[in-house]
Design a protein around this ligand. Sequence first.
Ligand code: ADP
Length: 706
Amino acid sequence: MAICSASQSLMLYQTNQGSLDLSEWDPDKNGIMKLDGQWEFYWEKLYTPDSFIDKDQLTAPEYIHQPRAWNKLIVNGKELSGNGYGTYRFRLLNLEDRIYGIKIPRVFTSYRLWVNGDQLASAGKVETNRSEMIPQYLPQIAYFKPVDNQVEIVIQVANFRHRSGGILDSIRFGDFEQITDMRNRAIAFDLFLFGSLFIIGFYHIILYLFRIKDRTNLYFGIYALLISARTLLVGEIFLIYLIPHFSWEFAHKIQTIAYYIGVPLVVLFMKSTFPLDVSKRLSKIIVIIGAAFSALVLFTPARIFNLVNPLYQLFTFVVISYLLYIVIKIIIKKRENSLIIGLGLLVFIIFSINDIVFLSTWMADAEHTLLRKIITRGNLSSYGLLIFVFTQSIVLAKKFSKSFTTVEQLSNELKTINVSLEEKISERTKALELSRAGMYKAYQSAIESEQALVDFTQNISHDLRTPITAIKGYINGILDGIIKDEDQKKKYLLRTKDRIDQMTNMVQDLLDLSMLQTKQINFTFQRISIDKFINIISEKYSLDMASSNVTFILNQPFIRNMADQVESIVPLSDETISSLEISIDIEKLERVFANLFSNSIKYCAKQPEIMLDFELIDDFNNLVIKVTDNGIGIPPEDLPYIFDRSYKTSSNQMVDGNTSNGLGLAIVKEIIASHEGIIWVESKLGLGSCFYFTLPVHNIEKNKSR
Ligand code: ADP
């Protein structure tokens, strides 16, 4: 009794031995069915359809429950090995009159197939001995029409190369369109897998070549390439369509090696991704075992290396257990990307277990009807790898974007560092230039000061020598009896006193100047209104000037007014002037006036005339005091230097009985500076000079509102 199952509806059909009644079966409704069940099997007989015309000539058939290898089948009391040959026969009864198709899987390892007497498919060469038989895997489809509503399928199979012999996978049967669709879809899937894995593998190897440091990409790349190559050798075995005479032995080697190398490669991949979690020693051992088995595949024929395959499958289960342990470990330890890689690997492991079981001798040599319902395909690991590849691409994309972000951040930081460095450098350069300029200036002024000190010492010595020589002359004259007359003596003694006074003044001036310059003189500032200040000056000097026969003119304070681009001078009212205040040390300022006035008188060749003006400038912020005389004037070349210590103009000599020491204006300048003012001069030779100095004014807001 044969039990056949329809792949989609799981309907069960009761039939006679080696035949199946399909009167109830409708391909449009029930879809493709697997021709699983009891088949007639003639061991060591190569029958053709003709052989079955005269049944008396035939030996009695065995019944073999398909799909399975004929290994371990008991025929005539003997257990079969994989080697040998035989004929399968199966009949389908009560079929509709239409075109049907069957899908023949890979057969171990050569076959010829007839349907209703016509040979429709074959692979390799079926022979009764090892030397003549040629193995080949070639899944195919065949179309046919029932004759008298019946179909007879006869298949001769011979195997002397593989450990297993026979038809290990289900033959599928259905309407010819359904079978064509199934075949096309299967090829499309295989090619899609091949293309995807090939590109991914290639891409990872290129990635590795660009970054040799990271071996993860190398392992992953090689593995993907191996599995892509394997994809063309399992399932629809598309490679044989491309290269029909491709050696079965060689194809088998590639396919097996892809699996054998794959196991240690996955371990190496995990080791380079999670170096802290995968044992170095264990991975080394796994690599050695993998390499030893691969070498065996490489150097021995299929019938030999196939014998050790169960051993390697066992080893694979051990490795898988270890990998599962690693996956749990990395997830618990929360390693970077552990969840996604772990998940991908888990799917891949489950799919690989499917393939290992499907291809195991345990599955091949027995009926396992239930197990065959669960495990229906033998090339799921390629899909598993594709899913693993997908998770790996996510990790890779994450890694890339992370490194890009890091690079971006670093280059931004570098830019800022560069910018700030450049800024710092330019700042430092500027500072250096400034300090260099400052140093140069300081150096220049040191030279100038040194020169000034030399000049000053020379001038002082000169200035002191003159009165000292005079004093010496007078005293010698008296002591030597040259000056005898008492009146004359008195006259010379008075002259001596004058000279001594002159020297005392000079020494005092020097002392004052140096104390002013080193800020050792205390100023006592007081706020005083401008009108009061003018009164003090007027009271102090008007009488003196008159008695010295000097014309002294004191003008009313004023401001300049611009109206329609015409400047006019506007005198300020007494009320305004009284409301404006200056902060001064009156004693020191008197010295300024005394000095300026005395110079005006001293450097004047005619009847001296001094004029005093007060002008408010800068919107009442500053008071400019102007002292004008009708003196000899100052040569233009001397103007920049007259406020320097001990500077005397060339015209100075023109003045009779000059008692100048060149310190007066230097002292004046220091006093004005202490009042936060400035001093300058304008002069024309022969016409006179104008000395200007400023003083800051207070109560501006009050005055402005007037
Ligand atoms: P000194 O004691 O020589 O007058 P100052 O410092 O007061 O020293 O003046 C420096 C020089 O400026 C004088 O030697 C003089 O030549 C010139 N000077 C100053 N005031 C006047 C002025 N009102 N008219 C012409 N020359 C002047």
